[in-house]
Design a protein around this ligand. Structure first.
Ligand code: 5AD
Length: 454
């Protein structure tokens, strides 16, 4: 049986797309390998959102060349493949095929052609493509990504995604519910709905509110997440659906990009600072205790120190639980290329440093207050280090807990015993050992009252 190795960069949708590709190739008899040495076909599923992401892939392609035996195929797929198309074949001689996000159905054919010595690229957009008939091969049974929308119709001036993923389209609600039902039947209890602006989902008949209600009603689904929403697409109907659907988790990733209304306007975001803060307030009212995370870009063209100060003050004003921070990266073909007044690399580095410090401080203050509180966690798998288990709260906090492997995939109640500032250590509540929490002294107000272990 031929063996396929896939390496995935970038967003969750890429993780989900890699699972689709394994599905497409699985039907052809391919089996997955985690070691490129064994592989007959190696695929790199790429991201194009920043230059740094592309440079990493180029470096990695150089390394993967070493594992390529005669007859083996090396392919570049995903957003960078879409962006560069056939030029990637010219630029990187060891690459045999290049396929964009709408072309994965053609993988078996292009692989066969590559074996015959033909190097080919498929970067055509197919606005109907949802891979509806392809059963994804998922790596985890505990929690599943379910793509509900592909492409993007927004035109944020910094962003390359509309050029790499094509026009926005939504899957039919019934198809999504069917997939989630099959997942639940196999024992999956948590799903994350994916889309570039997921809450603008509309299948012609149903909006995102209807989708949340329908997926939340699938028997066996205990946790429902979605990413990434667009701030101004939280309609009242969506907020009410979130509030009324018990499975919807108390967490939203709400990319703000900047705290300065002037910058937001030039980014062509469809809200200003005030409007974003209103959305935050509405979410907090609809879903008490909701945790909020965000994406922030520093050094967008024309960003002044005063603009940047507004971003810092927004992080404080919202009190984000977490934030992903990026230095602005010029993307060829995006509208922002034409904006003059570029911010120097040095200033970007300096600003991102200050931003990260504020983000960490704000998150740490919140997290310290949670030490001593108890939470329901879903145990996801072994932790990356040590022999602990990694578990997650509904609010998306990660806790490391000691327990047997049988706990993987189950829900437990735990008490947070300490925090690094971002993640937690925890004890199962049912069997709290007779030791004091690690950082009682740090515990502030808020959350459930802390009780000494008995
Ligand atoms: N430069 C830097 N960051 C970017 N992002 C998107 N495009 C760019 C760019 N050109 C960030 C945004 C987005 C996240 C996925 O990547 O913050 O939300």
């Amino acid at each position: 049986m031929p063996r396929i190795y896939i390496e995935t960069y970038g967003c969750q949708m890429n993780v989900s797309d890699s699972e689709l590709m394994l599905g497409v190739l699985g039907r052809e008899g391919y089996v997955r390998t985690d070691d490129p040495v064994d592989a007959d076909v190696m695929l790199v599923n790429t991201c194009a959102v920043r230059d740094h992401a592309e440079q990493r892939v180029l470096g990695r392609l150089g390394e993967l060349k070493r594992y390529k035996r005669p007859g083996d195929v090396l392919g570049v797929v995903g957003c960078m493949a879409q962006r560069l198309g056939p030029t990637l074949l010219e630029r990187v001689p060891q690459v045999d095929l290049v396929i964009g996000p709408d072309g994965y159905r053609g993988l078996p054919e292009l692989i066969a052609r590559a074996r015959d010595g033909e190097r080919a690229a498929d970067v055509a957009f197919k606005s109907w493509e949802h891979y509806e008939d392809v059963p994804p091969v998922r790596s985890s049974q505990v929690s599943a990504f379910v793509t509900v929308q592909r492409g993007c119709d927004y035109r944020c001036t910094f962003c390359v995604v509309p050029m790499t993923r094509g026009p926005e389209r939504s899957r039919k609600l019934a198809d999504v519910v069917g997939e989630v039902t099959r997942l639940a039947e196999q024992g999956t209890t948590e799903v994350t709905l994916l889309g570039q602006t997921v809450n603008s989902y509309h299948d012609g008949q149903h909006d995102f509110a209807a989708l949340l209600r329908a997926v939340g009603a699938v028997e066996g689904i205990q946790r429902l997440r979605f990413t990434s929403p667009y701030p101004t697409d939280f309609t009242d109907a969506v907020l009410v659906a979130m509030a009324e659907t018990p499975a919807v988790c108390e967490h939203a990733h709400l990319p703000v990009q900047s705290g300065s209304s002037r910058t937001l306007k030039r980014m062509l975001r469809r809200y200003d600072r005030e409007r974003y803060l209103q959305v935050v307030a509405a979410l907090r009212q609809a879903v008490p205790g909701i945790a909020l995370s965000t994406d922030i870009i520093v050094g967008f063209p024309g960003e002044t120190e005063a603009d940047f100060q507004e971003t810092l003050s927004l992080v404080e004003a919202v009190g984000f639980d977490d934030a992903y921070t990026f230095k602005y990266s010029v993307r060829e073909g995006t509208p922002a290329v034409r904006i003059k007044d570029h911010v120097s690399e040095e200033t970007k580095t300096e600003r991102i440093g200050r931003l990260i410090a504020v983000v960490r401080r704000v998150a740490k203050q919140k997290n310290i207050r949670l030490v001593g509180t108890t939470h329901e966690v879903l145990v996801e798998g072994p932790a990356k280090r040590g022999d602990l288990l990694q578990a997650r709260t509904r609010t998306n906090k990660i806790a490391l807990v000691e327990g047997p492997a049988e706990w993987i995939g189950t829900y437990r109640r735990v008490r947070f015993t300490g925090t690094t500032g971002s993640t937690f250590t925890a004890w199962p509540v049912e069997s709290t050992p007779n030791v004091l929490p690690l950082r009682v002294a740090d515990r502030g107000a808020g959350g459930e009252a802390w009780q000494p272990p008995t």
